[in-house]
Design a protein around this ligand. Sequence first.
Ligand SMILES: C[S@@+](CC[C@H](N)C(=O)[O-])C[C@H]1O[C@@H](n2cnc3c(N)ncnc32)[C@H](O)[C@@H]1O
Length: 283
Amino acid sequence: MLEKTELHESISQTYTRVLRQESEEQTATVQSAITQLADYGDSELSVLPGDAVENSFGCGNPLAFAGVKAGDVVLDLGSGAGIDLLLAAKVVGPEGRVIGVDMTDAMLEHARENIEKAGVTNAEVRKGMIENLPVEDNSVDWVISNCVINLSPDKGKVFSEIARVLKPGGAMQVSDIIMEQGALPEWAPEAFYNACLSGAIDEAKYLRDLASAGLVQERVLERFTYDASTLKGLALGGEVPELSDLLDRMDPKEAEVLLDDLLHQMEGKISSAKIFARKPQVD
Ligand SMILES: C[S@@+](CC[C@H](N)C(=O)[O-])C[C@H]1O[C@@H](n2cnc3c(N)ncnc32)[C@H](O)[C@@H]1O
């Protein structure tokens, strides 16, 4: 496994800290939040273990409208507690297979328990880095991922790994954050990194980097641009603890001004996007 950098270590620690213990009330709250923000259907979530829903930290539903079909092999990058992995396992059925890769032990534990609770026998998770996938060349039909690639300090490596593991003609469809330059103030980067913001790149660079990795038909299928009230909910809802702590320590009036300025700067520049690309067929 590629060595974790300090940044990887800090991301792993954050995602270990945020893991919740299952409770029915929380499952209901999280389910309603993610069906609104991440286009999952209530009916598909209600059959999953509550733990997988509560511990979902994505920004979209990468499988929605993907062409994944029965018998396919699907790879989920940064599979977390397993929400998309479990949904994919249903779509590919007994003839297909789903592999999740994540670097955080606590997430892998939750995912393994959720796979067992759901009675799923065609999915597994592997410990590893998305920059150095523990997956064979030319072996998967689809790569999916939900709000993970933005966290990688080496997206070029992630894209070339995707190109390596896809079968010729295979495709990736990922949900990820894209962000215009200048969306965050200069002091923000560290505080916002783990909230999937500081590492996010703009759409043009994302598509250019996919093409440089040898992928084709690269495009953004849809984007959901966050307005000020959604950003405020994310900023104050525990997604950026450093910001909440900072605001709590300030005079309430000054805190309000700082938050308004921040939201004004970020509004309209940050989106959750569904991004597609294909590995060329060999002739
Ligand atoms: C924002 S969470 C998303 C989890 C899951 N996809 C979901 O939708 O709930 C990010 C996940 O990616 C994992 N992760 C982040 N960077 C990674 C990397 N470079 N290699 C492997 N896993 C990584 C974290 O451990 C965490 O589980």
